[in-house]
Design a protein around this ligand. Structure first.
Ligand code: HEC
Length: 108
């Protein structure tokens, strides 16, 4: 029993390291997602009276939008999409430095 518990803890620790969103992955996820069904352009992210005013609002809006879809992104995918949208449009300051500036991978 103890052995099983220790193994489980190890697994949890190992998978906890994804938590910082990756803009590179987020771009891929976003581009391939159903998001673009409603957001064909980036207009809504760049409009003057856009609603999202902070990173946490961005996070909850992405979750809200995602919940209208049947795709249901995982938490880490949400983080990635938030990181991507933030880097591309919103530019809220985040604690971690943007180590992925040169991530201009080819678009779909
Ligand atoms: C069913 C259509 C639909 C889908 C699918 C959708 N959105 Fe949205 N999204 C909207 C609408 C409508 C708004 C504007 C909400 C408002 O103004 O109250 C919005 C707003 C947003 C905003 C905030 C824009 C602002 O004003 O700053 C973000 C960010 C966003 N969506 C991201 C996403 C992401 C990421 C996905 C995919 C996971 C997604 N959306 C999927 C309809 C959609």
């Amino acid at each position: 029993m103890t052995k099983i518990t220790i193994t489980l803890c190890g697994l949890l620790l190992a998978s906890a390291s994804y938590a910082d969103g990756s803009a590179t992955k987020g771009k891929t996820i976003y581009t391939a997602s159903e998001c673009v069904r409603c957001h064909q352009t980036n207009e809504m992210f760049t409009r003057k009276d856009r609603k999202v005013k902070s990173l946490s609002e961005l996070n909850s809006q992405v979750r809200k939008c995602d919940s209208q879809l049947s795709t249901n992104l995982f938490d880490d995918e949400i983080e990635d999409v938030v990181a991507y949208l933030n880097e591309a449009h919103y530019k809220f300051s985040i604690k971690k430095s943007s180590k992925e500036d040169s991530d201009d991978k080819t678009k779909e």
